[in-house]
Design a protein around this ligand. Structure first.
Ligand code: ZN
Length: 190
């Protein structure tokens, strides 16, 4: 497993980078991380929460499940999930923005800033995979309720790219644990 790039995100950080098909992204964290992805060859094709749930026919992702684009193409596949004993990665809650967070910088603004080199504006950023963000779903009533968990020690989620991608990641400041260590991102071959 050869490391191609490593990024350390501060608790207020965001980052965007390119990944080749077949490369893997390792995210090591304790609390919420918002992730979106775009087809590097067509930035208009982007990750889609609803398509992902429908193609997997489930509300949460397991190892082997894929993230899909709005154009029905697989973008990433879950290779390893160290968060599974503690909670599930959320696909219900969307993406926080400063408007709903009392004006403070939120995931949407962090992603816009990170994606500036690709000229992707806020209205083109899809609802995210909310990695390490546990959310309870009451299947009888339909109610959803954020239920943050902060595993000790840090846990790792590994996603392999199924196409050439631009990926953006933001630390969710509304969920970040007190004294949280930096989120570690590593892109590796295979
Ligand atoms: Zn957020």
């Amino acid at each position: 497993m050869t490391s191609i790039a490593e990024i350390e995100l501060s608790p207020k950080g965001g980052a965007a980078f390119q990944m080749r098909a077949g490369h893997s992204l390792r995210i090591t964290a304790r609390s919420g991380v918002s992730l979106v992805a775009f087809n590097a060859a067509d930035l208009g094709e982007r990750f889609d929460q609803a398509r992902t749930k429908v193609y997997n026919m489930k509300l949460w992702l397991d190892v082997g499940d894929k993230l899909f684009s709005k154009l029905n193409n697989p973008m990433m596949v879950v290779i390893e999930d160290g968060f599974r004993p503690y909670g599930r990665h959320d696909l219900q809650l969307g993406l926080c923005s400063s408007e709903g967070e009392g004006g403070r910088t939120a995931c949407l603004e962090s992603l816009v800033e990170a994606l500036a080199p690709w000229n992707i504006p806020a209205h083109s950023i899809p609802m995210s995979l909310n990695a390490f963000q546990n959310c309870n779903v009451n299947v009888a009533s339909g109610e959803i309720a954020p239920a943050p968990v902060h595993p000790q020690p840090l846990v790792t989620l590994v996603l392999r790219a199924e196409m050439d991608l631009v990926v953006a990641v933001a630390v969710c400041q509304s969920l970040v644990a007190a004294n949280a260590p930096p989120v570690l991102l590593a892109v590796t071959e295979g």
